[in-house]
Design a protein. Sequence first.
Length: 450
Amino acid sequence: METAKKILLVEDDNTLRSTLGMFLESSGWMVTEARSAEEAVRHLGKEGTDLVVTDLKLGGMDGIGLLRFVRKESPETNVVLISAYADIDVAVEALKEGAADFIEKPFTPPVFLDRVAKALTFKPNLDGKAAMRSEKNKDFRFDHLVGRSQTVRKMKEVLRIVDDLPDALLISGEAGVGKETLARKIHEAGSRAEFPFVAINCSALSDADLELELFGSNRGDRRGVLQEGRGGTLFLDEISSLSMAMQVKVLKMLENKKVRLSGSAQEADVDVQVICGTNKNLEHMVSGESFRQDLFYKINVVHLKLDPLRDRIEDIPLLMEYFLEGFNRITGKNIEGFSKSVFDACLKYDWPGNVRELKSFVERIVIFCKDQVVQTQHLPENIREPKAKSAVGAIKGLMTLKDLEKSKITETLSSFKGNKANTAKALGIGRNTLWRKLKEYEIEEEDYSK
């Protein structure tokens, strides 16, 4: 009989430690619990351990310190860090230190146990050098929300209230900003995580194919994803491309929670969360009568707007390092990082393809770069020497009228220390108008209280 794997669980929250320990033991693993990193170090000196699962924030030595100790003193032992959203950037750095994985809070038991199981099979480097990659890890998942921008902060805050979200919601943003990644994270963070997540690009299918995919058919008893994915999440990307006829059917499904098989009068109950994605302005489409107003109201109860990468450049270096670490693991290579000149060039580039383009760029770098550090000569010409913008284009790119208005409101609020009555008076507008502008531009207190 195979010996059960030994896991050392390090968590200073008694309730969470006890709960996680119970989950791990129920999966057949032997679990030793420790309240601190110092206590964990004593346990490591007494008995062999296959995996250390530790919180990042601990009293005394933190999770990073414990990781470094394990990599030095017991390099054959894998380490998984548990990280709150505010700690995500530090956790990305932990991967460079040799962590097998990090798991973001909050998480569901199935996600936690699946990640622990994969971490137990991860092959660490026995020479103790965290940066060296002797084994490829094809299962590395680029599914974390990485960054410090307001957009990323809002995405993470949504995940804290995921079970309070409605059964239909909208995510908008340019192509490549991460709409599907956020939809998948919403699914994984909630009570539907153990059920299927299905993503469909509406623009890639004809009406007939999309109807068959969603609703199924009585011919051959084919069940659609709305039935097959019962209990799970359906991500309908490019919802704006639906024909008016399909919009009616989707709206009816959302309102009645029932689905009718194609070519049949038979109905079946629907139990899925529907997350819609779009890179179009649906409000403008409603005004132009190309998108149904009632469907828009149905999916717009919660509307998550993701900014393009060019408007959150503070995320670019963190994303570059995160993707580099991931592709190092996938390929087994050991590229240590990027030179300052490379970071500077990437910060100046517009990234029209957003995060998707940045990820592809880093993947290409890892494939072709033969040096330890990525230098300017490794960059493609369009990033190394971007085409100069015309004067008119440059002015447009600097600030739109909406940007100017938002900036002026924020600046005035800051001058009056957040006093909205004085701000409205100074701007020459009514208080109701100011409140409407704050909502329209998503101006939060943290934007003017710095």
